[in-house]
Design a binder for this molecule. Structure first.
Ligand code: GRG
Length: 330
C-alpha cells in the first residue's frame, strides 16, 4: 500500500487497499513479459493510492465500520488508479521527466514509444474493468479520460503565457485532476448502489477535494525540495506551466521581478531565481488560502454523510491535504 494515504488508518479501507494492490498488479499481467514489466513499473513504484482510497471510502457510506469493502468497489478503485497511472506515463513523456514516484520514469528507462504504448495498455485495462462494472461506470470513466485530455491540452495551450488567467488555470486543473477524483468517489457510490443524491454529494466532494489537491501539488512544486517531491522541484516553471502560486506572485508587488524571468524556456539558474521570487512573494500563501477554500467546500459537501465512515475517512483525507502543504509554506 502506498504511504501517505490517511485512509489507510481505517481498518476496513486498509484491507480494501491491500486488495487494490493485488488487483492492480494482476490487471497488467499479459503473455508478453516485457509489456508486463513496463506496465507494472509505476504500480510497483508505489504512490499514495488516493483515487482507489476514495472509491472504497465512498462505497462504505451506508456501511458500518467493520463491514468489508466489496469486490466491485476494489475493482472500481483499480480502474480509477489505472487511468491515473496511464495518464502519468503520458504526462512524463510530455514533460521529458526522468523520475516519478522516486523511481526512473518509464520514458527515461524504456523510451517514449514504449511509455506511450504501455500507458495506452493501462487505459485499455482500466476500460475493460470499468465495462465489467456496468455501462454507467464504463461511460463515466471514458468521459473522465476525455476530460483529463481536455485539461492537459488547455494547459499546453497556455504554456509560457504570463497572461494566463486564474480562470484558465482553474479550468485546466478541473479537467486534468478534479474530474478523476470526482469520478473515483462517484464510482464507489455507483457500485454500492447508493441513493442518487448521495452519489452526487460524493461526486461534489471529490471535485472540490480534487481542486484543492492540484493547488496543493502546484504550491509544493515551488516550495518543496526534490527529495520531498520524489522528482525535480520547480519543473512547472521550467515547462512554462504558470500555476496558481506563480500567477498570484505575478500580480503581487514582486511581479515586476518575476515577469522578466518568465515567458520562455528557463535554465536551471533562472528556474532557481524564479522559484526564489515566487517563494518570497505572497503567491504561495494566497494559493494556500484558495486550497483551504476548496477544502472547506469539500468538507461542507460531506455534511449529508455525517456519522458515516465515509464522512470520517474523507474528512481525515481533507485535513491531511492542508497539513501537507502548511508545514512547507508557513
Ligand atoms: C492518457 C488518460 C490520459 C490522459 C492524457 C497526460 C494527460 C492527458 C493528463 C495528465 C494529467 C495529470 C498528470 C494530472 C496531474 C494529476 C496529479 C496531481 C498527479 C499526482 O497525483 P498523486 O499525488 O500521485 O496522487 P501518486 O504518485 O501519489 O499517485
Amino acid at each position: 500500500m502506498g504511504s501517505g494515504n490517511p485512509l489507510a488508518a481505517f481498518p476496513a479501507l486498509a484491507a480494501g487497499l491491500e486488495n487494490v494492490e493485488e488487483e492492480l498488479r494482476a490487471s497488467v499481467i499479459t503473455n508478453d513479459t516485457f509489456l508486463t514489466e513496463v506496465a507494472s513499473h509505476l504500480i510497483l513504484a508505489g504512490g499514495k493510492r488516493v483515487r482507489p482510497g476514495f472509491t472504497l471510502a465512498a462505497s462504505v457510506t451506508a456501511a458500518t465500520s467493520d463491514t468489508p469493502v466489496t469486490a466491485e468497489a476494489v475493482m472500481g478503485g483499480v480502474a480509477c488508479e489505472l487511468v491515473h497511472i496511464g495518464s502519468l506515463y503520458h504526462d512524463d513523456v510530455m514533460d521529458e521527466a526522468e523520475t516519478r514516484r522516486a523511481a526512473d520514469s518509464v520514458n527515461h528507462r524504456w523510451g517514449n514509444l514504449r511509455a506511450i504504448l504501455a500507458g495506452d495498455f493501462l487505459l485499455a485495462r482500466a476500460s475493460e474493468i470499468a465495462a465489467s462494472l456496468g455501462t454507467e461506470v464504463a461511460g463515466l470513466l471514458a468521459n473522465t479520460i476525455a476530460r483529463l485530455c481536455e485539461g492537459q491540452v488547455r494547459e499546453l495551450q497556455d504554456a509560457y503565457d504570463i497572461g494566463r488567467t486564474e480562470a484558465d488555470y482553474l479550468l485546466s486543473i478541473e479537467g486534468k485532476t478534479a474530474s478523476l477524483l470526482a469520478t473515483s468517489c462517484r464510482v464507489g457510490g455507483i457500485v454500492a448502489d447508493l441513493p442518487r443524491p448521495l452519489i452526487d454529494t460524493l461526486t461534489k466532494f471529490g471535485h472540490s477535494y480534487g481542486m484543492a489537491f492540484q493547488v496543493v501539488d502546484d504550491i509544493l512544486d515551488v516550495t518543496a525540495t526534490d527529495e520531498e517531491l520524489g522528482k525535480p522541484s520547480g519543473n512547472d516553471l521550467v515547462e512554462g506551466i504558470y500555476t496558481l502560486p506563480v500567477l498570484r506572485a505575478l500580480h503581487s508587488d514582486l511581479g515586476g521581478d518575476l515577469a522578466p524571468l518568465l515567458g520562455d524556456v528557463l535554465s536551471s539558474g533562472q528556474r532557481d531565481r524564479a522559484r526564489e521570487v515566487v517563494r518570497a512573494s505572497s503567491g504561495p500563501a494566497e494559493a494556500l488560502a484558495v486550497a483551504e477554500r476548496y477544502t472547506d467546500e469539500a468538507l461542507r459537501s460531506l455534511e449529508p454523510l455525517r456519522d458515516t465512515l465515509a464522512h470520517t475517512a474523507l474528512r481525515a483525507a481533507s485535513e491531511h491535504l492542508i497539513e501537507r502543504v502548511g508545514a512547507v509554506t508557513r
